[in-house]
Design a protein around this ligand. Sequence first.
Ligand code: AMP
Ligand code: MG
Length: 352
Amino acid sequence: MLTEVVEISENELDGKALEELSRAGEIIRAGGLVAFPTETVYGLGGDALNPDSSRKIYAAKGRPSDNPLIVHVYRFEDVEEIVSEVPETARKLAKAFWPGPLTMIMNKNHKVPYETTGGLDTVAIRMPNNKIALKLIEKSGGYIAAPSANTSGRPSPTVAKYCVEDLSGKIEMIIDGGQVGIGLESTIVDLTSDVPMILRPGYITLDMLKEVLGEVTIDKTIIDSTSTQKPKAPGMKYRHYAPKGQLMIVQGKQEDVVSFINEETKKAMQEGKRVGVIGTDATRKLYNADVVKSVGDRADESTVAHELFKVLREFDDENIDVMFSESFDDSGIGQAIMNRLLKAAGHNVKVL
Ligand code: AMP
Ligand code: MG
């Protein structure tokens, strides 16, 4: 299959861009697949109410079919059409955070095929905060199932180039809208339990949810790396975000971390390996390795969220065999950053 790549700027949805989005919408209505930007990461979109489309999404990504897809809407009233009941908590959260990086789990009705929900009776729903995405959903009939637009297991794409790398030849169209704003996937909150529960940390933090709902919990299995219980979001149990090389996270005082990483780098380079280091703006100059990258400013962790997946992908581009990364605080957005970084490293952490 020939994959068409179309460039659209979010701030310039002029006549031509709208025409392209109508065409993309037609592709999705006809059962085809289109990758598109959202504010979190690029999504791989198909008609959420068409079981064949969902099957195609799993096939294109090589994703296990028990890992449910998030359904994207462009207006709140469309939620009512696909769930058995809209909980009050969903109305409150939508008012506070939609459009935005928050996915809510509710009980589905018969309109949502089990192919989309990985066999579950619940459905994950989100309204993205990106004008290209919102227009595309509208043109596609209102419901787009869209996991991240990467081959299953690889870091999620935050620029279109990596969608092309993973999906070219497998889907009809890729919309290139530039680098996304947030860079990490949405926070997922389950509203079907008595107390709302975070199943995947993201840009919307536990404290932000508590401010709106009062009591909110977090699925312990996703923050405790020693837990042997299965996470409640089926996708969280899979190895994820993994770069091709081996990644180790190093925790400790800054100067200890820098000297440990420099020593280990030297050893690995002597063994003939290509070594990469993930530092921050303040520390990047302190490292000696084949490739050293800053993932952002530690004082503003949203910059780290923005760059993390891109940096992991860039190490793949550079054929790096071994990587070392600094560690981040496990609070606020840091919780989402560490969740992704730990998975990328297969929980390989050195505590100094
Ligand atoms: P991705 O589309 O790559 O961002 O992954 C979607 C995530 O949402 C996966 O971790 C899924 O397991 C999770 N998810 C989607 N639908 C549900 C659901 N109904 N219940 C629990 N988790 C879900
Ligand atoms: Mg994903």
